[in-house]
Design a protein around this ligand. Sequence first.
Ligand SMILES: Nc1ncnc2c1ncn2[C@@H]1O[C@H](COP(=O)(O)OP(=O)(O)OP(=O)(O)O)[C@@H](O)[C@H]1O
Length: 532
Amino acid sequence: MRRRSILSLDSERVRVTVRVRPPTKDEETKEDGLPFIFLDTEKNSVILRRKGSFADFKEFKFDAVLPETAPQVDVYNAAAQTVVQDVLDGYNGTIMAYGQTGAGKTFTLSDIVTDELVGTTVEGIIPRSAADIFLKAETDKDHEYHVSMSYIQIYMEMIQDLLRPENSNLNIRETENGEVYVAGVEEIQVKSVQDVMKLLMIGDQNRNFAFTKLNAHSSRSHTIGMITVEKKALQPPGLRKALTERNRRGSNLTMPEKVLVGKLFLVDLAGSERLKRSGSEGIRATEAMSVNMSLTTLGKCISARADPMVTHVPFRDSKLTRLLQESLGGNAKTSLIVNVAPCGEFLQETFSSLQFGSRAMKVSTRAIVNIEEEFRVITKNLQQALEIQDKRLHSLEAAVLSKEEQLEAARLSLELQTREVEKLRKEQKLRDEQVSLSKKFLEQLKDRDKDWQNRLELLKMAAKDHLIEKVHDQKEEAAVKIQRAYKKYYLNHLQEEKRKVEVVAGSQLMVNSAAKVFKSLAAVDDYFTKKT
Ligand SMILES: Nc1ncnc2c1ncn2[C@@H]1O[C@H](COP(=O)(O)OP(=O)(O)OP(=O)(O)O)[C@@H](O)[C@H]1O
C-alpha cells in the first residue's frame, strides 16, 4: 500500500479575493453603466447599491478586494503567491477564477503580453506562478526539482486533454488514498516559464471558444492547468561519500529519499450566463446549460461545505466538482478569485457571484504536506506513464483495427477492381474480335466491290456498244423518217404551190374569159351603140 507521511496539517479556510474589471467602452456610455459597486479596500468590503439609490443594498467582506485599476502583480500577490509558496512546500494548492461571462477570469489567470520589443512577458497568475516556481528551483541549492504540467478542459461533461486533444473523453479515477486524478492525462516535464507558456498557448488553441453576445471570446468550457512540483532534498556531500565508500566495500546501502509533491491546480471556470441575455441558441445553449449545471453543482458543494450540519456534499454530480473535491474542503490550500463587471446592467450576476464568494469563505480545508518516498514517486510516475502508454496502446490498437478494416475494404475494392479489369479485358477482346471480323468483312466487301466494278465496267462497255449500235440504227431510221417527212413536206408544198398555181391559172383563165366577155360585151355594146 502507498504510504504518505504527514509532516504538518493545517486547518484553514478558502481565501477569497474580489477583482473588479474596468468598464468596456460600450459600458461607459450605457445608462446602466453608472457605478453601482463600491469598494472599500481598507476594510476589504464590497458594497452594492441599487440603481439611483443611496441606501446600501448589500455589503460583503472578503480577504482582499481589488479595484479596476489594480495591476496584475497586485492580483498575484493578493490571491496566488502564498498558494504557490505552499505548493513549493509540498501542499496541494488551488487557484480558481469564478464569475459571470466576460468578467475577466481568463485575463486574471492566463494573460500573456507579447511585445515585439520586450518579447513575451509574464502577466496573469499562471505564468507568474510558473515564474515563482522556477525561480525557487534555480535558487534552492538544497533540493532537486522536477516540474511537470498537464492541461485539461471539461466541455459538456467530457474531460479533454488540451495537450493531446485526441484524448477527448478521459476518466476520473481515485487512488487507494482517495486521491482523485484524471487517468491517462499527458504530463509534460517543463523546465522554464517559456515551456509553461508554450504549453498554455498550445492548450488554448485547442480550447473551445464560441461567440456569444456578451463576450466575443467567451469560453464554453472549464479549464484546469495542473503543475506538479516534486522536490527532493539533496543528500549532504559527506553522507553521499560515506555511502559510496561503504557500497564499494560490498554493502548495498541506500538512504530512503523523501520527495515533497506539491500540486497546483489553476482553474479557469467557464462563465455563467443567462441564456435570455446572451442569446445563445442550439449547441451554444446546450453548452451554456452544461456550464450552468456544473456551476450550480459547484455552488451546492460550496454551500454544503460551508454548513457544518450538512453531511452530504454532491461532488459526484459533475466532473468539475468531482475533480475539485480536494480543493473544496479537502487536502488543498484554496484561493478563489471572484471576477465581477463594474456596470449596473450586471447587478444580478454580480450579486450572485459575491454571494458565491461569501459562502466559499466559510469553507475550511485541511491541507497536508505530501511527502512520498522517492521510489513511490517513481512508481507513481511510472504508473501514470503506464496509463498513458496504455491509452496510446489502446488508440494504436484502435488505429490498427481501423487500418485492418481499411485494408479489408481496400482488398475488397481491389477484388472488385480486378473483376472489373477482367470484365473490361474480356470486353476488349470481344471488341478486338469484332474489329478483326469487321476488317475481314470489309476486305471481302472491297473485293466484291472491285468485282462489281469490273462487271459494271464490262456492262458499261457492252451497254455503250449496244447504245452506239442502237443510236446508229435509230440515226438511220430517223434519217429515213426525215427524208420521208421532207418528202411529204415537199409534196404537200408542191401540191399547195400547184394548187396556188392552179388558182392563179384559174384566175387567169377567168380574167381571160372575163376579158373575152368584156370584149364581147364591148362589141355588143359597140354594135348596139352603132346601131343606135
Ligand atoms: N482587469 C482588466 N483589465 C483590462 N481588461 C480586462 C480586465 N479584465 C478583463 N478584461 C478584458 O475584458 C474582456 C473579457 O475578459 P475575459 O475573457 O478574461 O472574461 P472571462 O470572464 O474569462 O469570460 P468568459 O467566461 O466568457 O470566458 C477581455 O477582452 C479582457 O481583456
